[in-house]
Design a protein around this ligand. Sequence first.
Ligand SMILES: [Ca+2]
Ligand SMILES: [Ca+2]
Length: 307
Amino acid sequence: MAKRPTRVHGPASRFTDVSEEMGLAFAHQHNREGRFEDISDKAWIAQSRGSMGIAVADEDRDGDLDIVCTHWVGDVPALYRNGMERNGRLFFVDAASKTGIDLLPRDLVGWAAGFVDTTGSGDLDLLIINGHTNAARFEDATLAPQKGYLLTRKSRNGYAIRPPGTSPAEPFDEPLVGRSAAFSDLDHDGALDVLVGVNNGQARIWKGVRPPNEENAHWIEIELVGSVTNRDAVGSVLVLDPEGMKRLETVASGTSFFATSSRIRQFGLGSRTTPVTVEVRWPGGYRELFANLGVNRVHRLIEGSGS
Ligand SMILES: [Ca+2]
Ligand SMILES: [Ca+2]
């Protein structure tokens, strides 16, 4: 009887927890006792997709912050709309399908994302930077470039995707192996500009061009300076017209992907030319009002100098 061969065992396999990279543990809420609680499941935002970029803004202008996540190939971006303001508890619903974002091509590998008001109306458009992680051809290791997409706002519940070949060409029509984007009004003309990071390539600066109807595209930009809280005011929330329109902007660090956008936050005001009031919710919770702020300029608001 033949002797049964002895199996040779190599080192045991090891496993690495990649759940954070895959977006499984997503939302953490501060419990006001110095710790964060994972609320991903009960906030309906747990996901197991390959997530890269993130953009946070009150996208639908209903008074709470919404989240866009970009994903790896085969999956469109998610738009997690916040139900907090209307329902009193924190939960999110993916509105990618409702708003038309799910009509983006599924071969895109989405990286940076940012909300930009390209019309000066106060409505936010969405710019997404793409670029593959795989080579374009088997015999050539060069990564496949992909064009960026600007999704322009049609209505509160809808975006329009710029069709291929639309004239005039925009810089994001050029296929790039895009990775990062930082958003800032570099020349303080009221139009946001974009610095784009490219894998193994030269960075781009895309200057925003003021919309042709400038009389309906007024704006205001706010820089916060903390004196009691952190000097950069990271974690602060700006509320435009707290008694009226109640629009939000946040001061954050490490936005989008591999980039940090300007801490100077912008509100598009449309045809409005009268001074505005801004409420600042500083980190830690206390609120301060800054009134009579003129339009079409940058204001530097120092903690403690308001009312
Ligand atoms: Ca919202
Ligand atoms: Ca500019």
